[in-house]
Structure formats: structure tokens, C-alpha cells
Design a protein around this ligand. Structure first.
Ligand code: ATP
Ligand code: MG
Length: 319
């Protein structure tokens, strides 16, 4: 798994400094999410990884090799890329779009067809859509096709620029879960741009907060929630909602204790503290039994464990 690194990268478009002294290491196998206000340089950074934009200063390396020295066409064949505006080839059917890179790589026709079918199944693209052209699809269907195309040749690195922006919340959640599974199973390196903080917190193993071309903070989502580097990050994380978001990221098992006080209702140990709180609010019960996946009793969680023990934002009562 090749690491990706930005070494003091600078890039200007005329008077606009899209990236300034930008350094970042993305370990191989990471799910790295770039987040920040519009115009902060997310897409620019992403497009440097596949050499669509080259730095004015500094270097971008993939597997230790300077991207600027690689043959860009060859380099891009090993990188899946979903662009912000989908970018399907308009005169090709969905099936042809999905098979684009496998065809370039010289796969046999049956192998291409199998792969198209597999990708369509994975992303919930109905078979009837495969023979259509992009303009005959809805925005969300186009996005699924764009993701299918990026994954089709099984690339080591996948770059995704707001790939789910046009999807309704349910489809979005489904595709997020699918992408999480693909990442966990394949160990691919994914670099993903989004405006959606909940999406970032859900997917990222490494979250990178950017502002006006600068890297403001990089780390695991839970660490950024607990210790926002400055007020900008705090505000971007949702200001007052930061505590609820932290509850979203913490599992019930982290706060449950093995006591029996006659709790009513039960919740899975792997559920989030927020789900526990939701269940308490819905049922009026302030104490829940905590069970493992196989139904084994583990203990209880009380509302006080969530609120007092939760120490959302202030951190390390647990440490
Ligand atoms: N080709 C270009 N020519 C001129 N300016 C550009 C070009 N590409 C990007 N920029 C500018 O560089 C800055 C960073 O752009 P970039 O597309 O990386 O932002 P972004 O964080 O992806 O924003 P968004 O969230 O809106 O997609 C912006 O101010 C943008 O206007
Ligand atoms: Mg962008």
C-alpha cells in the first residue's frame, strides 16, 4: 500500500493561493477525508495526487515517487477518480463508462462484462440503466455510475471529490456504508473530499481540516472532536453540536459497566452513545441493558454515564 505525501506544496492560480505550504502524510490504507469551506483547496489537493495539477512549490509523492516525474497517463490508470461533477463520458453508455479503465488495461470482453455487472450490483445500479447514456440518468444515478467507474479496475488509490453530494439521505447512507465496507475489505487508500461533517466523521480514519489553502488540523475524527485546534475547527465541527457528534462516535461499550439495577430496554454494545440516548428519550427509560452481538449480557448503561462520563469535548476523563 503506497503512502501519499504532500511536502510543503504551494499552488497559485493568478493571485489566488489555492494551497500554501501544505504538508500532509496519508498512510497507505487510510481513509483520508479532506474537509473545509468552499474554495479552501480541497479539490486542488486531490487533483495533485493524480497529477492533474502540478505544484508550483514542493512535491507530491505516491509511494515515495515524485508524481511530477511519473508518466501521468500511466499513473492515472492505477488511481480511481470520481470528480465533483461526475464527469461520465456523455457518448458512452453507463456500461461502457464503468468498463472504461478495464478496457484501457486490455481486459477481455467477458471479464469486462462481469466486472460491470459486479459493480452495478455493488452500487445498486439497476441492470436496465446500463445501456442508457448519462443524460438519461438522474443526478444520483450518475453519481453511482461515477463511483462504479472509479472502482472498476480495482485501483490501489481512489480519489473522490464529493461523490455523494447529489444523493438523497437514504442512498447516501447506503453508499457510505458500502464504501466503508469496500475500504475495510480491500485496504485501499481512499482520499475523499466532502462538505458534510457527519459524512467526514463517519468515514474518515484520518480527517484533514483545511482553510484558505492551509492545513489547519489532521488526525482521527474522535481526536479532532475532542481537541479542535482552534475556534475555526470548533465552529466547523458544528459549534454546540460538537458534543452530540462526539456521542455519535463513541460506543456504548466504552461507558457501560457490569451492574444489574433492573434496567428496562436493551441496546447493543456496539451502538453509539447517541443511539443509546435516542432510545432513552424514545422509551423514557434512563437505564438500558447492554448486550453483545450474540445477545450476551454485558452490563448496563445509565443516562449519567452518557452525560457525566461523556465529557464530550473536554476529553480525557476516560484516559
Ligand atoms: N483553474 C483554476 N483557475 C483559477 N482559480 C482556480 C482554479 N482552480 C481553483 N481555483 C481557485 O483556487 C481555490 C481553491 O479551489 P478548489 O477547487 O481547490 O477549492 P475547494 O476547496 O475544492 O472548493 P469547493 O468546496 O467549492 O469545491 C479557489 O479560490 C478557486 O477559485
Ligand atoms: Mg472542490
Amino acid at each position: 500500500m503506497k503512502p501519499i505525501a504532500f511536502h510543503a506544496v504551494g499552488k497559485s492560480f493568478g493571485a489566488t493561493h489555492a494551497l500554501c505550504d501544505f504538508s500532509l502524510e496519508i498512510p497507505g490504507g487510510a481513509f483520508c477525508v479532506l474537509i473545509g469551506p468552499s474554495g479552501c483547496g480541497k479539490s486542488t489537493a486531490l487533483r495533485m495526487i493524480n497529477a492533474m495539477i502540478l505544484p508550483d512549490q514542493g512535491r507530491v509523492t505516491v509511494g515515495g515517487e515524485d508524481v511530477a516525474r511519473l508518466d501521468p497517463v500511466e499513473h492515472r490508470r492505477h488511481i480511481g477518480y470520481v470528480i465533483q461533477s461526475v464527469g461520465l463520458f456523455p457518448h458512452w453508455t453507463v456500461a461502457q463508462n464503468i468498463a472504461a479503465v478495464p478496457r484501457l488495461l486490455g481486459w477481455s470482453k467477458p471479464k469486462q462484462a462481469d466486472r460491470v455487472e459486479e459493480m452495478a450490483g455493488l452500487l445498486g445500479i439497476e441492470p436496465a440503466l446500463l445501456e442508457r447514456y448519462p443524460h438519461e440518468l438522474s443526478g444520483g444515478q450518475q453519481q453511482r455510475a461515477g463511483v462504479a467507474r472509479a472502482l472498476a479496475a480495482d485501483p490501489e488509490i481512489i480519489l473522490m471529490d464529493e461523490p455523494f453530494a447529489a444523493l438523497d439521505p437514504t442512498s447516501r447512507a447506503t453508499l457510505q456504508a458500502e464504501l466503508e465496507r469496500i475500504h475495510a475489505r480491500s485496504g485501499k487508500t481512499i482520499v475523499f473530499v466532502t462538505h458534510d461533517m457527519d459524512e467526514a466523521l463517519r468515514l474518515a480514519t484520518q480527517m484533514v481540516v483545511m482553510d484558505r489553502g492551509h492545513l489547519v488540523q489532521s488526525g482521527a475524527p474522535i481526536e479532532i472532536l475532542r481537541h479542535p485546534a482552534n475556534s475555526l475547527v470548533g465552529a466547523f465541527l458544528g459549534g454546540g453540536s460538537i458534543h452530540m457528534r462526539l456521542l455519535d462516535r463513541l460506543a456504548v461499550r466504552e461507558r457501560s459497566t457490569p451492574r444489574r439495577t433492573g434496567a428496562t430496554g436493551a441496546i447493543a454494545a456496539g451502538a453509539s452513545l447517541r443511539q443509546a440516548l435516542d432510545l432513552m428519550l424514545a422509551t423514557g427509560s434512563t437505564r438500558l441493558a447492554v448486550v453483545d452481538e450474540d445477545g450476551t449480557w454485558r452490563g448496563e448503561i445509565h443516562i449519567g454515564d452518557i452525560i457525566a462520563g461523556g465529557e464530550a469535548g473536554t476529553s480525557d476523563a476516560s484516559a
